[in-house]
Unconditional design. Structure first.
Length: 222
């Protein structure tokens, strides 16, 4: 599949990869912080490379749940997902269920990040409908081993803390695990942390306000 010409380009602050519970949870949290985001259904293996930047590709479509959730956990998960879908609809989140990413392309502008002092990357998310340019990427439902390979391709030293290594290049993880899928409560916690982290980078002055916020869209589990 050929990549879409750069002329068909949209600009947004964040792209969330995954329209399931994890993707909708972090998208709702970003919306609460006033962060513009586009949510796509997943990331396919790329069929061809790109000419500039570092190309990253993985497959989030064929990653099954590896844990055996009991009936109560499934009911809780389904209830939370229902609330998230209602929130996405009522708040007009830009959820593109039929749009899949073909490839991620790191675009290094060589600009210093205000908080970290490191070179700031922008991300080009190639889809069949166009290219989405974003400063932040949130990946859901993807194995850690795949993500480690992705980061290594960029020349980033991962070490033991995969999430920290990916945050340093503007990629955040929610609901990601190799052997056990995080519980719904853990997914919501991760979504809140990621929402705060991205908000802190977009609006540094609002860091304190973000740290005292709460996830408004989800009722407390019984």
């Amino acid at each position: 599949m050929s990549l879409t010409p750069v002329s068909a380009t949209e600009r947004t602050t964040a792209v969330v990869i995954g329209t399931g519970l994890s993707g909708l949870a972090v998208a709702s949290e970003l919306r609460r912080h006033g962060i513009a985001a586009i949510i796509v259904s997943g990331l396919d293996v790329a069929g061809s490379g790109v000419n500039s930047g570092a190309a990253l590709s993985t497959n989030t479509a064929a990653l099954p749940r590896c844990d055996s959730a009991d009936a109560a956990s499934l009911q809780e998960r389904n209830e939370i997902l229902r609330h998230l879908r209602n929130y996405a609809s009522s708040h007009q989140l830009d959820v593109r269920n039929t749009t899949r990413a073909i490839q991620l392309n790191a675009v290094d502008h060589g600009l210093a990040d205000d908080l970290g002092g490191t070179s700031r990357r922008q991300w080009a998310v190639h889809t069949a409908d166009g290219v989405l340019l974003a400063d932040h990427i949130v990946v859901t439902r993807c194995g850690q081993s795949q993500l480690r390979r992705m980061v290594a391709e960029l020349g980033i030293t991962v070490g033991h803390n995969l999430a920290a290594a990916m945050r340093s290049i503007g990629i955040y993880l929610v609901g990601v695990g190799d052997l056990i899928t995080p519980t719904p409560k853990e997914v919501l916690r991760q979504a809140k942390v990621v929402g705060q982290a991205i908000s802190a980078r977009v609006n540094p002055g609002s860091v304190q306000a973000a740290l005292t916020g709460s996830f408004a869209a989800i009722p407390a589990p019984a």
